[in-house]
Design a protein around this ligand. Structure first.
Ligand SMILES: Nc1ncnc2c1ncn2[C@@H]1O[C@H](COP(=O)(O)OP(=O)(O)OP(=O)(O)O)[C@@H](O)[C@H]1O
Ligand SMILES: [Mg+2]
Length: 270
């Protein structure tokens, strides 16, 4: 059975879709079988970031409503044959997602993929709670600023109460992915420091993705950044985050600093 990951945040525009595509591609580049699922019904974006917008025929809502088979809606990536996309609909209402339908789709995908990565819509309403409901693991995408951290804190509360795991009294595995980190702004005090964010949210850090034009360039050519420019700083950070998601224990380094976060906390060289 595959693992279900939700990429969530509360606040909009923090990098969920970018991260879903990059983590999904990074895992598939490592030969894992991956499907990325767009839960942002009405505002779909994942197909664009994956470069598959012209190949969308059927979507998640079609499958749930029985208008298409799951296999008809899945789009295989042109570059990586173990990477698939289940797109969202651009036109329909998010009320078209039913809890039973979502449960069925996720249970089917788990049978066929190593990883089912769900790109959550922003907010803390129905769409976000449906996206997280069946997750085994949550990646909480946060920018180093107060409003994003506050919304992530609310999402962590929902992960611990509104998911199947939480309802069964099981522990939900949660990881913090700090994105759009700008070393120069952090140095000037214009952004929260990594330690401050960690202290407020107190969930383990899975990676720090630097603010970078490489992310925009990748999205403009319709490729996850790990495929568009595998040697770029954000791509390397996403590769490391994907390895940590797979259970590898590798130190997190702060972009723009030579020493690792643990070195920073304990004040010694990494
Ligand atoms: N590390 C980064 N460096 C620079 N730009 C970034 C980075 N990560 C994301 N962005 C940009 O920020 C914008 C929002 O990213 P994205 O769409 O991934 O966020 P989101 O959380 O999915 O948004 P929404 O809540 O609307 O779904 C995009 O223009 C994206 O290219
Ligand atoms: Mg998004």
């Amino acid at each position: 059975m595959g693992k279900v990951v939700v990429v969530t945040s509360g606040k909009g525009g923090v990098g969920k879709t970018t991260s879903t595509a990059a983590l999904g591609a990074a895992l598939a580049q490592n030969k894992e079988k991956v499907v990325v699922v767009d839960f942002d019904v009405g505002l779909r974006n994942l197909d664009l970031v994956m470069g598959a917008e012209r190949r969308v025929v059927y979507d998640l809502v079609n499958v749930i409503q029985g208008d298409a088979k799951l296999t008809q809606a899945l789009i295989r990536d042109k570059r990586l044959d173990t990477l698939f996309l289940l797109p969202a609909s651009q036109t329909r209402d998010k009320d078209n997602l039913t809890p039973e339908g979502v449960e069925w789709v996720i249970s089917e995908l788990k049978k066929h993929f190593d990883w089912v990565i769900c790109d959550s819509p922003a907010g803390i309403e129905r769409g976000a709670t449906l996206a997280m409901r069946h997750a085994d693991i949550a990646v909480v995408v946060t920018n180093p600023e107060v409003s994003s951290v506050r919304d992530s804190d609310r999402i962590i509360g929902l992960l611990d109460s509104k998911t199947i795991k939480a309802e069964r009294g099981e522990r939900m595995e949660k990881h913090l992915l700090l994105t759009r980190y700008d070393a120069a702004r952090a140095e000037r005090g214009d952004m929260l420091k990594v330690d401050d964010v960690l202290e407020i949210l107190s969930i383990p850090l899975i990676g720090i993705i630097p603010e970078s034009m490489d992310v925009l360039r990748a999205s403009n050519v319709g490729a996850p950044v790990t495929l568009a420019d595998a040697k770029s700083a954000p791509a390397m950070a996403y590769f490391d985050a994907a390895r940590r998601l797979s259970g590898e224990d590798i130190p997190v380094s702060i972009p723009g600093e030579k020493r690792g976060i643990f070195a920073k906390i304990f004040g010694r060289a990494a």
